[in-house]
Ligand binder design. Structure first.
Ligand code: CTP
Ligand code: CA
Length: 223
């Protein structure tokens, strides 16, 4: 059963990774979602696996298929993602790469909304979703290292630095996802790693290379 765990600096460690978007139902045939291909989270899970970690991969409905040799938990909503993440603890490291919908539709129903007969467009009301990263960061069984992401379009470093403090995580992987960067949905990423000692710009790399670099960094921190 342990045959797929390779030797490496993370052998014997448990890594928890969230990835992909969440879908929040409106009715049985409609949902709202964040944009996320799941590419970066998938690459991170594979890179941690390759360093010998046992990986639990909690993913929303993503375009990419999950890597082999890891434990995959497929979820749809933010609430389901939180439940799966909580159930997967304890872990040595948590990397929260998912694009979690900030709000769910409070007046979602289990019957299809119909156009016929109504003169006005439907109104949706929203409720805030639980913050999975913040919950893990203050959990009694908090992983030794908690890594969040911050996809921003403005004031990337300032927003990500504030986010790190607000959420109580150790590191934030920040990036500029403005249209024109090609990062959303693309194969490359250009990130800044924000830690307790400051901000470190990484070069523009493939998402696979970015993932390997992050996994190496995690291994160095945990060993
Ligand atoms: N995150 C989470 N649960 C949420 C929202 C966000 O776990 N309900 C995590 C994301 O996976 C990411 C980090 O928190 O690692 C930052 O997400 P982001 O959407 O940038 O932060 P928010 O606090 O939602 O702030 P914003 O208003 O910028 O969306
Ligand atoms: Ca958000």
């Amino acid at each position: 059963i342990d045959a797929h765990f390779s030797d490496g600096p993370l052998k014997g460690r448990h890594a928890l990774v969230t990835s992909g978007p969440t879908h929040e139902p409106i009715d049985p045939v409609r949902y709202i979602a964040n944009r996320s291909s799941g590419t970066q989270g998938t690459a991170i899970a594979a890179a941690l696996r390759d360093l010998g970690a046992r990986v639990t991969f909690v993913t929303g409905p993503a375009d990419t298929s999950p890597p082999a040799g890891i434990d995959v938990v497929q979820v749809e909503t933010a609430q389901q993602m939180l439940n799966a993440v909580t159930a997967a603890l304890p872990a040595d490291v948590a990397v929260m790469a998912a694009a979690v919908a900030d709000w769910r539709v409070e007046n979602a129903g289990d019957r299809k909304m119909k156009k016929d007969g109504s003169a006005t467009a439907p109104a949706l009301t929203f409720a805030e979703n639980p913050d999975i990263l913040a919950t893990v960061s203050k959990a009694a069984t908090r992983p030794k290292l908690v890594v969040g992401f911050a996809a921003e379009t403005d004031d990337v470093i300032a927003n990500a630095t504030a986010k790190r403090l607000r959420k109580g995580c150790d590191w934030i992987v920040a990036n500029d996802v403005s249209p024109g960067t090609g990062i959303m949905g693309g194969t490359e990423n250009a990130v800044t790693l924000i830690t307790d000692t400051g901000a470190e710009d990484w070069p523009r790399l493939t998402k696979t290379e970015t993932a390997r670099r992050l996994a190496d960094r995690i291994a160095r921190h945990l060993t």
